[in-house]
Design a protein around this ligand. Structure first.
Ligand code: XIL
Length: 374
């Protein structure tokens, strides 16, 4: 009898022990970059048309695993979303926003006012009143449609020349600098809860940087709300220097402007005429010496790219109190715009994932910077 009671007790304690035992260790998925930098800034990628149309499920899975924010590469640009004064093409933009909501991502809108990829009907406007109306209609319709759903807008893209003077865009030619304040005022009206940004390339350049700060101070004085600076970040392996980028981050922050790196990529290919920045209208002839790695990236360049990315992310991490977001311009090397610009038909390797969606050494170095104990 005692034996029976004892074995019952043993059995019972075993059962209790089993019930309390922790579950067997699950295969935890590797933490993506956004998780690694979660306490520092958002990390994300621009989505091309194929990703948005769900024709590239591997890129979609990659974005969901790695990132906390998205930007549309093309589908919200003026010529795509409002090709004529009274036609709108909402489908792809709606799909983009739905994808972001489904995965709880910080959704960026790109871009409301830009001289490039602009609809022809806007280019034909010469009357200031008609231009104000076109701006207000476009911004009201697009930013208004996604009010409360798009978290931040690149309101104005590339309004400056590299010397800090105003670019002679269609908008500037018809309205002068007034268009800048109008754009930010219309955006605030249509999407009062969205963050509103000024976005441009070569924002590390001292003259352009100071011009941007002057411009934004003027917009603010005239009643526009500007919430931050987008430094596009189309960089090369050796330039711009970390010091110049750092000086710009500090200057913008001192002017009350948090910084986003909005279109980060690092070209590894020769640069025709020492071209800097991302002037999309510039195109050059292809030639074999301009496309040195058509099959694969040599180890030495792969390593140089990884070191460059580590340097950049060490800088970003150091200034995480001033930086809100880092977005790569694309998901994998296969679909990067740098395969086609500034020379068509090249094979470039500017991102963290290769053509087979595999993380490159550059990925590991970015992840390692986040994981370094401090
Ligand atoms: C690029 C897209 O990636 C390309 O697909 C398109 O053909 C041209 O525009 N600066 C910007 C982005 O603000 O909108 C540009 O995107 C790259 C340069």
């Amino acid at each position: 009898m005692i034996d029976q009671v004892l074995s019952l007790l043993v059995l019972l304690s075993l059962l209790v022990a089993c019930a309390e035992a922790p579950p067997p260790p699950a295969e935890s998925p590797p933490a993506g970059l956004a998780a690694l930098y979660a306490t520092d800034f958002l990390v994300g990628a621009a989505l091309g048309g194929r990703v948005i149309r769900d024709e590239d499920s591997l890129s979609r899975a990659l974005v969901v695993r790695e990132y906390s924010t998205i930007t549309p590469e093309n589908v919200m640009k003026w010529e795509k979303i409002q090709p004529t004064a009274d036609t709108y093409n909402w489908g792809p933009a709606d799909d983009y926003v739905a994808f972001g909501e489904e995965h709880d991502l910080f959704i960026v809108g790109h871009t409301l006012v830009w001289h490039s990829q602009l609809s022809d009907y806007v280019k034909q406007i010469t009357d200031p009143g008609a231009m104000r109306t076109a701006l207000r209609q476009h911004i009201g319709a697009v930013a208004g449609r996604y009010a409360g759903r798009i978290d931040g807008w690149d309101v104005v893209n590339e309004a400056l020349n590299d010397d800090g003077t105003y670019r002679e865009s269609e908008f500037y030619r018809v309205l002068g600098e007034e268009y800048l304040t109008l754009a930010f005022r219309y955006a605030a009206e249509a999407a009062p809860d969205a963050q509103l940004y000024y976005n441009d390339y070569n924002m590390w350049n001292g003259e352009k940087r100071d011009g941007a700060i002057r411009m934004i101070e003027k917009i603010r004085a005239d009643g526009g709300r500007v919430d931050g600076i987008g430094m596009q970040g189309h960089y090369g392996i050796s330039g711009p220097t970390i010091d110049t980028i750092e000086a710009a981050i500090e200057a913008y922050a001192a002017a009350g402007l948090p910084v986003m790196f909005t279109e980060l990529d690092v070209t590894v290919l020769p640069n025709p005429w020492d071209l800097e920045g991302a002037e999309v209208s510039q195109n050059f002839e292809n030639a074999p010496d301009m496309n040195p790695y058509p099959e694969s990236l040599p180890d030495s360049v792969q390593t140089a790219l990884a070191i460059r990315y580590a340097d950049l992310f060490r800088l970003f991490h150091r200034h995480r109190d001033k930086i809100e977001r880092v977005t790569f311009w694309g998901t994998t090397d296969a679909s990067s715009w740098l395969n086609g610009w500034p020379i068509r038909g090249r094979t470039n390797y500017p991102l963290l994932f290769d053509r087979k969606y595999r993380p490159k050494p550059a990925y590991d170095s970015v992840a390692a910077v986040a994981a370094t104990p401090r």
